[in-house]
Design a protein around this ligand. Sequence first.
Ligand SMILES: Nc1nc2c(ncn2[C@@H]2O[C@H](COP(=O)(O)OP(=O)(O)OP(=O)(O)O)[C@@H](O)[C@H]2O)c(=O)[nH]1
Length: 313
Amino acid sequence: MFNLLKLHLNKILLIISLLIISIFVSLSLGDIKSWDRIDWLDVAGEGGCAIALATWMIFILGSRPQGRVTDLLTLGLGFMFLAFWQDTLDEFIQLPNSLLWDQMESIAMPLGVMLLTYGLYHWHQEQLALNYQLRKRELVFREHRAFDQLTLTGQCEYISQQLASYKNTSRKQSLVFLMLDINDFSHFNRQFGNQEGDRLLLEMCELILLNLRQQDLICRYAGDRFAVILPDTSLTQGRQIAAEIKQAVKHFAFKVPQSSNSQFQNLSIGCVQWRTEHNNDLALESTEKLLERANFALLKDKPIHLASVSGLA
Ligand SMILES: Nc1nc2c(ncn2[C@@H]2O[C@H](COP(=O)(O)OP(=O)(O)OP(=O)(O)O)[C@@H](O)[C@H]2O)c(=O)[nH]1
């Protein structure tokens, strides 16, 4: 958040400067009120609103890149904040009634609301475009607590929810479920550090996403393991997609600062089918059983055949 705030240093400095100017102008043109003339309820109400608006600005500036939408939102909130700030100052400093400065908040507030509304409209447009790109990460619901902070994909329970909702809709085609795991990822972590490991996980996730269709969904199952749901897909199609993902990962030259050589990874993938009611199977198998089968298929795909070691075979 602080890195993003640094990007907006000029806006933050402008707002702080306006605050200071408004204090100086009010002090030079008005008289400080005596203690008993201060309406503390107004101070709490107007000051509280000013603090709330300043907090909104910090959240917006701390979470958004530079650009038109951020400028509009900040300007809108900034004007509204200045209006409440001036209102709060008026509780402490008596300005002459005839003074135009005293009317400042009557102009700043509607101007702020208009700019904020215009900014929100463009934010809405921007979000629609982002939603389109995010579809492969979040099909129907957004709850940031259920999302992995590193890859911004759903976590384990999100997969179960999506599978359960798929089961409740009557589909003609089967679903294919992929369980993907980076081979020897702990070795990569040991060699280049966890920070580079995090970066690799993120880029792997992006690469897998690029090889998926619009209707597919990727989630981070655990550690270096991802799950992919391919709705309305035959087993042949699912295997084809899995093979394409493997090829893409195999040829992905990942650069690390510690080495001049690119690092290449391999994925193991378990590919299992969930048949529809038309094939008489979907109702029979629980999501737990499907995940168990996918994990087992993944083990079978590992270079060293762990399935035989674990006795699952
Ligand atoms: N950098 C990083 N490492 C993680 C994260 N989550 C889990 N890990 C590491 O991922 C590694 C997973 O280890 P294993 O399950 O043995 O997987 P592996 O080394 O790829 O071994 P195989 O799957 O048998 O090929 C462990 O070393 C974890 O510490 C994470 O969020 N970031």
